[in-house]
Write a protein of this length. Sequence first.
Length: 72
Amino acid sequence: MKKTFKLEELDCANCAAKMEAGIAKIDGVEAVTVSFMTQKLTLTADENAFDKILKQASKVIKKIEPDCHIVM
């Protein structure tokens, strides 16, 4: 399953790269891109565990940039 989400308060390209690398390490993630330019997260992951993976991705994002959050 592939979904795209808007990110709010993403302030730097380096943080976006760190988020992308961190999310890619989550079990079940097939592909991920975090774009600073478009302020979007594109996540491809196992459909059965998508919500769980998205929650873990949100934790990774908050750890790197506490003000940033995923808009559902």
